[in-house]
Design a protein around this ligand. Structure first.
Ligand code: EPU
Length: 418
């Protein structure tokens, strides 16, 4: 069965180690394609999105091997330039292979990427930026071919809005292009910094890392490296908000505290005590939760859209009225109907705003995950609820969490797959 069963009501105690970051490792795996050598990538999470990316790399000729959480990618030989099937259409970050393949071979045919159902998720900014760098793109039904007759050319690109994926694609293309690429209004998420650091360690020249203007000097030879993926800020945030929902006292080992300031601020506003150490985050929470009068998701360093559903689950039983505005994706409130089944009181106002009126408690029942972070929010709700909750569609959650049941069990939850 593709489900998670939770008998709710246990406070969480103990410690858990935070896995490597999904949204950092996926573009790094794509970047390994640019390197005609072997790369060793440590601290990779064993999640289905990483396995899909592994299969995509293998399908074009790379050799990829695992040893515990270390991935070895040998991209010395690329034999194919067409990518299709579920590995492309089922995962948004397959799109980063566009910039990587153009950089490596100058041509790629691929299906349109998929990913979580959280809104339109177009790729116009990716394609327009690459066109500006000299790439011709021919679109066919469900598929497109991108080709450069000569080398891609560095240029000035300004994004109308900040996009994580489009920034990654321009970085991957820019590193291999002729001349200098200047990217204005680049995304500043920590995963972009990790990608730049990986490429810089491999020999690329990128200035402005961590800022909104990136200057990439293309054409520097790249060599194989050993690189460590940082811990996942969204997984750490999920467990941080879980203990606020259930009450308890936990330590999140390796949590990337510097990347989590907006989450820590929200957690303190709800009433948790947070102690940041050099090894992670210590969270103490009792059963009293305060509502958050207004919280808007924002690009980094603002409150992440990926944490919006986990936060909403916690606020269902906070004292008072919380207002959440989703500013990044236009359809990321799928969890509301499911939380209402559990007894939550939430009023959705248009596509972007939800008003959460705190109730005394949630009641366990059968709920259905429709996407990854909403699924994590439902697991939190299940841990908070009285009685048994069954969260269906576990596979969505496995896209981003290595073993969410193991982690919650370590913290004392009564939870199992089934
Ligand atoms: N957008 C466009 N045109 C484009 C690209 C993006 O209009 O060509 C819009 C999107 O529709 C959205 C906004 O720009 O409204 C921001 O999207 P962005 O491109 O930044 O998101 P993404 O690259 O598709 C990554 C993460 C998401 C995370 C967002 C925002 C990966 C694989 N995915 O998506 O993570 O929510 O950035 O931080 O890195 C998740 O992990 O569950 C997840 C969905």
């Amino acid at each position: 069965m593709d489900a998670i069963h939770i008998r709710g009501g246990n406070a969480l105690f103990g410690e858990t180690k935070i896995q490597g970051s999904k949204n950092a490792v996926l573009p790094v795996m794509a970047a390994a394609l640019l390197i005609q050598d072997v790369c060793i990538i440590e601290n990779c999470p064993r999640i289905s999105d990483v396995y899909h990316m592994q299969q995509l790399l293998e399908s074009i000729g790379c050799r990829v091997g695992w040893a515990e959480s270390t991935l070895t990618i040998d991209a010395r030989n690329i034999s194919h330039d067409t990518m299709s099937g579920d590995n492309v259409t089922g995962m948004r970050s397959s799109i980063t292979l566009l910039g990587a393949m153009l950089g490596r071979t100058g041509e790629v045919t691929m299906a349109y990427p998929g990913g979580c159902v959280i809104g339109e998720r177009p790729i116009d900014m990716h394609l327009n930026a690459l066109r500006k760098m000299g790439v011709a793109i021919y679109e066919k039904e469900g598929c497109f071919t991108a080709r450069t007759e000569k080398k891609m050319e560095g240029t000035v690109i300004r994004f109308p809005i900040s996009s994580v994926g489009a920034t990654e694609n321009v970085i991957l293309a820019g590193v291999m292009a002729k001349g200098v690429t200047v990217l204005q209004n680049a995304a500043k998420e920590p995963e972009i910094v990790t990608l730049c650091e990986f490429l810089r360690d491999a020999g690329a020249v990128i200035e402005g890392i961590g800022g909104s203007v990136l200057i990439i000097q293309g054409g520097h030879g790249l060599h194989g490296i050993k690189f460590r993926i940082p811990a996942d800020r969204i997984v750490a945030g999920t467990y941080l908000f879980s203990v606020i929902g259930t009450g308890g006292n936990i330590f999140l080992e390796d949590a990337p505290t510097a990347q989590m300031r907006s989450m820590i601020q929200a957690a303190e506003e709800i009433g948790a005590q947070i102690h940041v150490t050099s090894e992670g985050i210590h969270v103490i929470a009792d059963e009293h939760r305060r509502a958050v009068p207004y919280l808007k998701t924002e690009i980094y360093p603002g409150f992440p859209t990926d944490m919006q559903s986990p936060l909403m689950a916690v606020l269902t039983t906070a004292q008072g009225v919380s207002v959440i505005e989703e500013a990044i994706f236009e359809d990321r409130f799928h969890i509301i109907g499911q939380l209402e089944k559990m007894g939550a009181c939430i009023e959705q106002q248009g596509k972007r705003q939800a008003v959460v009126i705190g109730v005394d408690s949630l009641l366990g029942c059968e709920v259905t995950a429709r996407e990854l972070r909403g699924g994590a929010g439902l697991v939190i709700a299940g841990c908070m609820a009285l009685g048994e909750t069954v969260v269906k569609n576990r596979h969505f959650i496995e896209r981003g969490y290595e073993d969410i049941c193991r982690d919650y069990r370590n913290l004392g939850a009564d939870i199992r797959t089934g």
